[in-house]
Design a protein around this ligand. Sequence first.
Ligand code: SIN
Length: 284
Amino acid sequence: MPISTRQASGGFAGEVSGIDLGRGGDFEQIHRAFLDHGVIVVRDQPLTPDVQIAFSGRFGPLMGRRPSMSDKVLMPGHPEITILSNKKKNGEGVGIADAGRYLHSDLDFEEKPNLATIVHAVEIPPEGGDTLFADLELAYATLPDSLKRRLEGKRAAHTFAKHYQEVMAQGSKRKPLTPEQVAALSVTMHPIVRTHPDTGRKTLFVNPGHTTHVEGMEDSESQDILDALFEHSLNPEHIYRHKWRVGDTVIWDNRRVMHNAEPYDMERYTRHMHRSCVHGDRPF
Ligand code: SIN
């Protein structure tokens, strides 16, 4: 069956069919769909960790261990895969139970944020646990020209500390970071409007989870601009809501979209996913 991509229902994402993720030969077409849509979905294809790692590695070098993350959430023998799960083994969580429950782009607070994220669904709750994506390329394209001019050449600060402090204040059960890890949560400046290195198109690069202020601006003006950008980005026309099914693999372009994993009833249901992340370049 030849590869085909159609617009996923209710959003900008592409649903790709006719591919075998275990076969390297299809990659050019998958990559084309990834650049065209920003989020692509492959249904009904169980993936072994080895196949997920090999496929993800076609996008670029994969992330493995990180000083800010416990090795316990990495898949034993496959540190390129992080387990996102509320399952427990011997009373201990096998993965990150509450990963990504806020609007963010992966590792945007680093000098070189993630290029792509690949998540494979192994177990899914019958309700809740959707992932929401906002297309920041479309959001930029539909901004008023006056606001586009105001953003020209401006940079914004990104830090994981913003989210970390918020979840800890809300009583998260996550293990607190060590003082060294907190000290390493540096602030990184990135252009508010970045140019996609592969498509040449412009996209907003700010998100409510990690972006704290616009460089060189008074706090109130900076907050007004960021609030306006966040509100505009969340216009329903810029959103794709992914309703997971077991066997789904969703691949997204962190240079173009932000995402939010929605909550579900963790006392009643299980959500178990395998995530691999691809290193990216410095935004320009
Ligand atoms: C994340 O990587 O932010 C979590 C995505 C998800 O679990 O849907």
